[in-house]
Design a protein around this ligand. Sequence first.
Ligand code: ANZ
Ligand code: ZN
Length: 854
Amino acid sequence: EDRYNVKATEQKWQTAWDQARCFEVTEDTSRPKYYVLEMFPYPSGRIHMGHVRNYTLGDVVARFKRAQGFNVLHPMGWDAFGLPAENAAIERGAHPGTWTYQNIDAMRAQFKPMGLSIDWSREIATCAPDYYRHEQKMFLDFLKTGLAYRKESWVNWDPVDNTVLANEQVIDGRGWRTGALVERRKLSQWFLKITAYADDLLEAIKGLERWPEKVRTMQTNWIGRSEGARVTWDLVGRDGSIEVFTTRPDTLFGASFLALSPHHPLTAELAAGNAALTEFIADCDRLGTSEEAIETAEKKGFDTGLTVRHPFNPDWTVPVYVANFVLMDYGTGAVFGCPAHDQRDMDFARKYGLPVKAVVAPKGEDTAAFVATLEASETAYSDDGIAINSDFLNGLSQTEAKSAAIRKIESLEKGHGTIQYRLRDWGVSRQRYWGCPIPVIHCDDCGVVPVPEQDLPVQLPEDVTFDKPGNPLERHPTWKHTTCPCCGKAARRETDTFDTFFESSWYFARFCAPKNPDVAFDRTAVDYWLPVDQYIGGVEHAVLHLLYSRFFTRALKECGYLDVKEPFDGLFTQGMICHETYQTADGKWLDPSEIEKTDSGLWIRTADQSPVTVGRSIKMSKSKKNVVDPDRIFDAYGADAARLFMLSDSPPERDLDWTDSGIEGAWRFINRLWRMAGEIQASAAAVPTDSSPAGKLVRMAHKTIAAITEDLEKLRFNTAVARIRELANAVGGLEQTDDAARSAYRFGIETLVRISAPMMPHLAEELWSELGGATLLTDTPWPTYDPALLVEDTVTLAVQVKGKLRGTIEVAKTASDAEIEAAALGLETVQAQIGGQPVRKIIIVPGKIVNVVV
Ligand code: ANZ
Ligand code: ZN
């Protein structure tokens, strides 16, 4: 045969690995473990190139670690609950479960031909009752320990469909199906107390040394620790006070108003019987619940007519507004406004004609001029500076002024220094069908009663309809009707289900013993496998999923489920796959199959010969029609070529441009390796390591093993591929003229095969068997190198004539002066410079220069 039969070969080895159960693992305390995990996919129906990259990266790590002798766990599962299944049910009438399991089958069938070293016996789907029953139990334990609680909170409400909307279903402030303006509504919902761990989650980020800096920063900002003060302002003319939270107590002398959240208890009190204020609150509610909407909306306020006394001077009073930008669930739900030093407050002050008083000035500037300019300006000064116009704070730096102000507040008993976190408790209730039922029962007499453990799982009913808006669990004729476990009277089941981030917060631990029906985690198994040594996924999960998992692991430890605190020891976030885009003159996106190149090299649309603009490479997305279907690539070039290309051109953390020439290049390289292996000639000679070309090649192979081992250790896959290509070039360039060369050639191929195995496992396995490997390459240890052969045995010396560089020579490190002189004089360029003159002296600087003096 003269062509590599990629289809048959890849299929053959996948079957061989399956039959040998190569990737099925059990705990084995005699060997070091290594747990590799890619973020598990949502079963959308088809895999995309992002999946191909993600699982290729993970598979290289898994296969490499395995060859190094680790007991490698590399499992796969499906994040199977979620809104798209319900949307499909609404649009196509298929049951969400049917749709989901069909998608799982389709995607599994697409993953299998990739030749991933996955232990498929551990496959899980989070929508299976024997998965979610365990999280119902966890929830009951969280309830007992106070980590789960119920409180009123805001949701997006579609007033036409009369249904709660998920954030994704709100588009530009409108319901996705009705187009109606979304409102805020208050509902009683379940929360998990992630804030109890705010400090610990923040502090422990320091220890996550194998996480990308970028992700650590994002988590730090998300937790958002702010040092500041709570300050009390007494109301004028009535009892009571308003407490505000501020990070800038140093600017207290610049205060010109107080602002309450529309949902502050005092606001509610004032609104009773006040139609204008009630209308203002309703107006604020129409903004929806997203922080972004609130931030970008025009700042609006309502003057309550109340005033409060300044904490440092009871004679100084400022007005109290209700303002749309003050959030109820941060700090105290009330702020003091300092327009000179906060842009939002400045906008507000200019709009409502409130005073602007400068109390901070930059060091070393003309203060009077600065103050005059700032107080007449529209732009706040929020940079650092020295306190001015601030009584006892004058002259202090910002840090000093903050502490001094807090000391004063505390001595006056008008508040105290405090630490505030941006992090909020995690609201886990969703008014959706396709999620894990929350295991509680509502009884008119007993209140909220947990479902007794022996009644778990609370299973989703199968017979549901999606013909009307809203949650089918609500409308189901029987499901929600039950009896109270306490008093036995008729009672109602909770019809909310969990946020789907709930399932993904513990799946990595379930993989340790996924079939255990009795407990979520088999202790021996989780103690052995956790934490995950290398986690790989998209940076879009840098905050929520990864933070929830870190929280869950702590909560589970507290409830006695396991004994680690951090779930992911190493984290790697991969870049995106990008592709060129094609557009018609009027902006319509075109698929590559709709265009062609003219003889003059221009792109046109085949249908009407109209010109096409080729856009820069951007993230593959269906809407831009620039996706490449993995199936088509596997079919045309095989899995190894797709894998190789995924690893080749860009470092894995960067975006990768998909190009036809790139995948074709990978394909050609695979064929070239295959042909080169076919050119091995028999030889009985020992593998040479001398300074002959053959010996040099062998040394290079040893160096390549050393370097690639380090590359793979550090996830520098593109460099690793480059080294394989270099070695292949060198092997291909070696003439098999004698036995030593034939032996070196064979050694070169053998090395190439072994170091390619994590990346191109099928080709490597095929060539290994042709080389006569005794076991599967997959079961063969990683190649070792001889450190002695890494040491260079030659040096390169610069040769100068009359002080000018004229060439270089390569000589053995042990070469004598006479040998070096002869080699230098042997250079044609040197002879040309000497031009027959007598050589007076040759100066040798060892290891560096040969200077010929004439
Ligand atoms: C007075 C002040 C003066 C403020 C100044 C800032 C600059 P971070 O850093 O995010 O913690 N704030 C407090 N509670 C708020 C709420 N519930 N809704 C909206 N804004 C709120 O921000 C803290 C600052 O945000 C606080 O400090 C407060 O405004 C505002 F020159 O107090 B500051
Ligand atoms: Zn009861």
